[in-house]
Design a protein around this ligand. Structure first.
Ligand SMILES: Cc1cc2nc3c(=O)[nH]c(=O)nc-3n(C[C@H](O)[C@H](O)[C@H](O)COP(=O)(O)OP(=O)(O)OC[C@H]3O[C@@H](n4cnc5c(N)ncnc54)[C@H](O)[C@@H]3O)c2cc1C
Length: 399
């Protein structure tokens, strides 16, 4: 067993920590204004991050999910919103490039868009009705086949970096389909006719992701916008959950690491009046820091291992369970680390100018960002007990 990062991973980590240090100088302003960190996206674009994990055969960097994990953990330590939103690009592009079900010419066009044209692509699969509570994803947005291509209508929700990206990949229900699990993924340029944005992202944390709502009103797209269509989206979603959401688990891990580092800085620098030692020497502070370090290390090992399993085994049951376990552990860890850091920072740490305050709000989204902790546990339980999802009762009475 080898836990060492390769020389490439060490260089990538250093590069991302340097970018993070720059992003950190603007993170508070973007958080306050809930503004797009467009200059951070431009730097990531310039430094090759759009194609970091795109296969070498298309001219991409050929990075693995583990490489991506190491990179996004580091990037998130500077500006969590930048890392979370920018990751949406890889999270939707990679499944399409990797799936054998996607046509070769579609993959080539998509790879060219990313590698040659350096297009930033957002992903918007979610809708106001989306929920993990029932383990299904009903789609209300409809795509109607017309002579020129497709007309799409509906309201999507939570589209990170929507107005900063060049395109957004939208999932809709094909109008002619009969299976409830059918879906179509369409590539929508920013200037598509019939597309508008409801800028309603005024939220607690990850504010600079600007995950606004997308309104499609008979939006016209050419035939070439269709990237993938299936009568059952579930196998595709399942096979690529490593990218769809496993790719942002390290973002919340980075938030936890940043809060841990900030906490150590605060307690090391703050010396109560009349005492010779700073707060770091207090036994209760030391104990809290020790506990958090154990949580953080466990969550990191689980996350790296889940990515490594995904890279080496593909979407096996073991990989899937490991990805859910990592997301669960990171969600709980980021909550605990940011909460304890805020508590130990005391009233000095609750000002809007405090880094701990922002990390506390960003970290609060960790356990609820899908898959939420409860849904992770649900899936881990099935795996540990060797149960088939179809053999357990539906969680809610169908209506
Ligand atoms: C910061 C952020 C950025 C996002 N960016 C994007 C994006 O770019 N594109 C996109 O398409 N979507 C995005 N999303 C949306 C996301 O992927 C989900 O679709 C959306 O969050 C679902 O809504 P919900 O959290 O209310 O769902 P729900 O699944 O209804 O969860 C609500 C709560 O119910 C409980 N729960 C859920 N499932 C279960 C279960 N099985 N058992 C027990 N309890 C359960 C949990 O406590 C959970 O927190 C983003 C979300 C966030 C938070």
């Amino acid at each position: 067993m080898d836990f060492a990062l390769t020389p490439y991973q060490q260089r990538l980590q250093r590069q991302c920590l340097a970018l993070a240090a720059d992003f950190a100088t603007r993170a508070a302003a973007h958080d306050r204004d809930a503004s797009h960190p467009a200059e951070n996206y431009a730097r990531l674009r310039d430094e090759g991050f759009l194609a970091l994990t795109v296969g070498g055969e298309w001219g991409g960097g050929g990075g693995s999910l583990l490489d991506h994990t190491i990179a996004y953990e580091a990037l998130a330590q500077g500006c969590p919103s930048t890392a979370l939103a920018f990751n949406m690009h890889a999270s939707v592009v990679m499944p399409l490039l990797e799936s054998p079900e996607v046509a070769a010419d579609v993959k080539r066009r998509l790879a060219e868009l990313v590698v040659r044209d350096k297009a930033l692509i957002a992903g918007n699969f979610s809708e106001p009705v989306t929920t993990s509570l029932i383990g299904e994803r009903p789609l209300k947005t409809r795509a109607r086949r017309v002579a020129e291509g497709y007309r799409i209508s509906g309201r999507k929700m939570f589209a990170s970096m929507l107005e900063a990206a060049d395109y957004v990949l939208v999932m809709a229900y094909p109008d002619e389909a009969i299976s409830p699990a059918a879906g179509i993924i369409l590539l929508l340029p920013r200037d598509a006719e019939g597309r508008r944005v409801d800028a309603n992202w005024d939220v607690l944390g990850m504010r600079a992701t600007r995950s606004d709502s997308l309104i499609l009103d008979d939006c016209l797209l050419p035939e070439s916008a269709r990237l993938y269509r299936t009568d059952d989206m579930r196998p595709f979603r399942h096979a690529y959950l490593n990218w769809f959401w496993g790719s942002y688990t390290p973002v919340y891990l980075g938030v936890a690491q940043a809060a841990f580092d900030e906490l150590r800085r605060v307690v090391t620098e703050r010396r109560p009046e009349g005492y010779a030692q700073p707060l770091s020497h207090h036994p209760d502070v030391r104990r809290h820091v020790a506990e958090l370090s154990a949580d953080l290390d466990g969550a990191r090992l689980a996350t790296y291992r889940s990515a490594w399993l995904s890279d080496t085994q593909g979407p096996t049951a073991e990989t899937t369970a490991a990805l859910y376990r990592a997301k669960y552990m990171v969600g709980e860890t980021v909550s605990r680390v940011t909460r304890t850091a805020l508590t130990l920072g005391g009233a000095h740490g609750i000002f809007k100018t405090s880094r701990l305050e922002q990390l506390f709000r960003d970290g609060a989204l960790g356990p609820l960002h899908p898959p939420p902790s409860d849904f992770c546990l649900y899936n881990m339980g099935l795996y540990q007990l060797g149960l088939e999802p179809g053999d357990v009762l539906p969680p809610l009475k169908p209506g």
